[in-house]
Design a protein around this ligand. Structure first.
Ligand SMILES: Nc1ncnc2c1ncn2[C@@H]1O[C@H](COP(=O)(O)OP(=O)(O)OP(=O)(O)O)[C@@H](O)[C@H]1O
Ligand SMILES: [Mg+2]
Length: 240
């Protein structure tokens, strides 16, 4: 079997005396979509930051395409093909949608603005934002801000896309529009790792689920098994 696209190997992370990730291991295969579930404070977002290099691990290693990237800076990991969105969208509000995506492309791909323009238009098309290209990012409604988060990450031309609660706060109809975009991204071969509390959105996309609590993996498997598990019921419903 080929090496996994991403491997988190026995990773731990402490902030001062607070240990938030504890000996966490999992793998993501190329082309796969893996969902991450867990209560508030479980360490999901921190796991993303350890994968992207925005935080350094306290112990353990992160491998991408079989290469140990644990010591690499965020921009180096980005150029290898790791991109993320943020739980709280962080566009440059005074810049237009197009300019925001262009920044992603020049940062993530190291290409000139000129060389990136056509590529950025394709991404705006893919994420349904082309009609908003000249709108200042600060004026977008929530769904379009979510689309822009996706577009900025896609502009770095990733192999794996880490989505952090992308569906949160959207209406049911908007969730379906977002799912259409995520499906398109997946269909062209981008591997997806998705933290999401909105279960039906997650299960519409992912092949597997990983359940976390207290910075560690409780369970990993096919969605039906994880959703029916006692571990999940304990966490979300408080029943033993
Ligand atoms: N930079 C930091 N410094 C100190 N503590 C932090 C830092 N980042 C996260 N934490 C703590 O680590 C724990 C895990 O946080 P994290 O944001 O990873 O959880 P999460 O699973 O993403 O939760 P949520 O579902 O609320 O987004 C929390 O107790 C949080 O307060
Ligand atoms: Mg989080």
């Amino acid at each position: 079997m080929a090496a996994p696209l991403l491997e988190v190997q026995r990773v731990s992370k402490s902030f001062g005396k607070l240990q938030v990730i504890n000996d966490l291991s999992f793998q993501v295969q190329r082309g796969e979509a893996l969902g991450i579930l867990g209560p508030n404070g479980a360490g999901k977002t921190t796991t993303f930051s350890l994968i992207t290099g925005e935080h350094q691990v306290s112990a353990g290693r992160v491998f991408f395409q079989g290469v140990d990237v644990t010591g690499l800076r965020p921009q180096q990991r980005c150029r290898l093909g790791i991109a993320r969105t943020y739980q709280i969208p962080r566009p440059f509000s005074g810049m237009t949608v197009f300019e925001n995506v262009l920044v992603g492309a020049t940062y993530g791909r190291g290409k000139s603005e000129r060389a990136s323009r056509a590529f950025c238009r394709d991404i705006l098309h893919e994420t349904g934002l082309l009609a908003r290209a000249d709108t200042p990012a600060g004026q977008l409604r929530l769904l379009d801000r979510k689309r822009l988060e996706l577009a900025r990450a896609l502009a770095t031309d990733p192999q794996i896309l880490l989505l952090d609660e992308t569906a949160g706060g959207l209406t049911e109809h908007e969730v379906h529009e977002l799912l259409d975009v995520v499906r398109r991204i997946r269909e062209r071969g981008v591997t997806i790792l998705w933290i999401e509390h909105i279960l039906h959105a997650l299960t519409a996309i992912v092949d597997r689920l990983l359940l976390m609590d207290f910075g560690t993996k409780l369970l990993e498997g096919d969605p039906a098994t994880v959703l029916a598990s006692d571990e999940l019921k304990m966490i979300y419903l408080g029943v033993d």
